[in-house]
Design a protein around this ligand. Structure first.
Ligand code: FES
Length: 127
């Protein structure tokens, strides 16, 4: 996993409450026409993360893990981005810019890193 400095960031797909956090997981599939997060295992990662949070009793109002579209870093998938505060209430993820470090951006996330990313998304500092 590669991540920009510090990060922050549950299960289900319900609206986030004020003060909560959201972890957006890109699940874009290019159907074999180029690199994509779906091709890198993002959908399984999303399900694993939602199952972990449900198993640990972390409510979606604390940390919502939801799918999203392409974040623009397709060759670095699976790509995830955490949001807190007002940004966590949006249905769309915060913008991610190539070459710019941003708190709460996770790339090339491996299945065994799911808990680490969830902890960071829940506790880290994000915009
Ligand atoms: S397909 Fe996930 S960042 Fe583009």
């Amino acid at each position: 996993m590669k991540a920009g400095k510090k990060k922050q960031g549950s299960a289900g797909d319900t609206a986030a409450a004020p003060g909560s956090r959201t972890l957006f997981v890109c699940v874009r599939d290019r159907n074999g026409k180029g690199a994509s997060c779906a091709g890198s295992g993002a959908r399984a990662l999303l399900k694993d993360m939602q199952a972990i949070l449900a198993g640990e009793g972390i409510a979606p109002s604390e940390l919502l893990v939801r799918p999203c579209g392409c974040l623009g870093l397709c060759k670095q998938g699976p790509v995830l981005v955490a949001a807190a505060g007002a940004a966590a209430l949006n249905r769309k993820p915060p913008k991610v810019k190539k070459g710019k470090k941003r708190l709460g951006v996770y790339t090339q996330v491996e299945p065994d890193e799911a808990r680490l990313v969830l902890r960071d998304a829940l506790l880290g500092e994000h915009g």
